[in-house]
Design a binder for this molecule. Structure first.
Ligand code: GLU
Length: 287
């Protein structure tokens, strides 16, 4: 547990792969104000498992930009890259229980397997373990592999997915609210550990939310589906389930979401253009 135990602990968890933009600011402010309103705290988590894409300069800029917005957060800040052992332990636990398998497929092979599958969506990939002989051969050849969760094995381990749910206090993109039944299928046989970095997003987030004692996960609609996967991992790892509040996404005049690559919408560019944090809040509809 990082920081003192809090009855309401939420987090903002940026990946330092670029400057924070208006959308990040909205999300961070929403989380911060919810914590304030409930007498709780905000933590920041730096999601930097992909060291090739993350830069120290973006992390430093994030602190500056968030402070400019008026946010306060509990320190120290957790950097995922410094906690790979925690994710490794969770992966080992799942593997020892027969819930994972090595996937040697390339990205292209996965994509084409999905195309020929009925749903046609990246996330619904369902693979299978190789035969022990074939796996031994690939390992000996030094072929790279990812670890995937076996949804079939997970279903057996939990005695079915019925009764698995999470509490949504905000709303999903389709207006979902209240007790939401988990649909683990949305994630398919999700990657738990990428070939290149040894862990993957869902596993790291699930472990961290539990280790950090997060009681409320407040984030955008774009991560609503991720909650189904993360709730499943919580159940498999016997971790507590936080409450969720998904919020609307800010869109530009063209109705599209702000993207990291849109430089004019980064918090630093906005600040440089002379807008104040109070004006920005108003523009975001936060007052
Ligand atoms: N690091 C993720 C992102 O930047 C957010 C993860 C989360 O809130 O669960 O989109």
């Amino acid at each position: 547990m990082i920081g003192r135990p809090s009855p309401f602990l939420t987090r903002f968890a940026p990946s330092p792969t670029g400057y924070l933009h208006r959308g990040h600011g909205f999300s961070a402010l929403t989380a911060f104000e919810a914590a304030r309103a409930s007498g709780g705290d905000l933590i920041l988590r730096i999601e930097d498992i992909d060291r090739t894409r993350c830069r120290a300069e973006y992390e430093a800029a994030a602190y500056e930009d968030l402070a400019w917005l008026g946010l306060e957060w509990v320190r120290p800040v957790r950097r995922q890259s410094e906690h790979m052992a925690d994710y490794g332990a969770a992966l080992r636990e799942l593997s020892e229980r027969g819930l994972t398998y090595r996937c040697f497929r390339t990205r292209r092979e996965v994509a084409s397997a999905i195309e020929s599958a009925p749903h046609g969506a990246m996330e619904t990939f369902r693979g299978e373990a190789l035969s022990p002989e074939e796996e031994a051969r690939r390992l000996k050849a030094g072929d790279a592999y990812a670890w995937r969760l076996s949804l079939a094995a997970a279903e057996r381990a939990l005695g079915g997915f019925d009764g698995l749910s999470f509490v949504e206090e905000g709303a999903g993109p389709g207006g979902e609210h209240g007790l939401i039944a988990v649909r683990p299928q949305v994630g398919g046989d999700v990657v738990l550990a990428r070939k290149d970095v040894g862990v993957a997003y869902h596993l790291a987030v699930t472990v961290d939310d539990a280790l950090q004692g997060v009681t409320h996960v407040i984030r955008g609609h774009d991560l609503f589906e991720a909650t189904h996967v993360q709730r499943l991992l919580q159940a498999l790892l016997a971790l507590p389930a936080p409450t969720y509040r998904h919020h609307r996404l800010l869109t530009g005049p063209d109705g599209k979401r702000f993207a990291k690559r849109d430089n004019s919408q980064t918090l630093r560019e906005l600040r440089a253009s002379g807008i104040t944090a109070a004006e920005l809040r108003r523009e975001m509809g936060l007052d």
